[in-house]
Design a protein around this ligand. Structure first.
Ligand code: SF4
Ligand code: SF4
Length: 163
């Protein structure tokens, strides 16, 4: 089984809160729209090719390298949810060698996610543990680990902007 599938399975049905956090914000992270979307981990795009309700867009990240963005309609079934959406609003903290030090709130989510303005201890501990372990699974895979480092660098850049 590939690393993304194992990471997805580790998170399973867990969500940031034991209750539906979408009620706090009107499900702001599921806005849908042609200019917004979720970055896919390498290989995930195969699942969405030709799938109703989704579109794929090739984008170039700040590091100048390509990535694939999943554009959705704003609602999806749980089994269709990409890994990035399952991990949100958490992001791993990485050591220089790519080792996972833990997880923290994703600074990129601050404009839309109210949870990112509070402590991570407010999240379901089972979700925190699952996302951290999912990140470790990804980090052990060379291709996924490299992508995780790109995402973490993007997040650090946004974090610096917020000060
Ligand atoms: S924006 Fe944050 S609080 Fe709202 S649904 Fe998404 S994860 Fe939950
Ligand atoms: S793919 Fe699903 S979970 Fe992710 S933003 Fe779209 S509707 Fe929300």
């Amino acid at each position: 089984m590939d690393a993304v599938t194992r990471a997805v399975q580790r998170i399973g049905a867990l969500t940031p809160l034991k209750t539906d956090c979408g009620r706090l914000c009107g499900a702001a992270c599921c806005g849908g729209g042609a200019e917004e979307g979720m970055l896919l981990f390498p290989g995930e795009e195969a699942f969405y090719q030709g799938r109703e309700g989704f579109a794929l867009r090739e984008v170039t990240l700040e590091d100048g390298l390509p990535a694939v963005l999943l554009v959705c309609s704003g609602s999806c079934r749980r089994e269709e949810r990409p890994l990035g959406c399952r991990m949100f609003p958490l992001m791993p903290r990485l050591a220089r060698d790519g080792t996972i030090l833990g997880v923290r709130m994703d600074a990129r989510g601050r404009p839309l996610c109210p949870l990112t303005h509070g402590p991570k201890a407010a999240l379901d501990p089972a979700f925190l543990a699952a996302v951290e372990e999912a990140c470790r699974i990804l980090a052990e895979d060379p291709r996924q680990g490299a992508f995780l480092r790109r995402l973490a660098a993007q997040e650090r850049a946004v974090r610096r902007l917020f000060g």
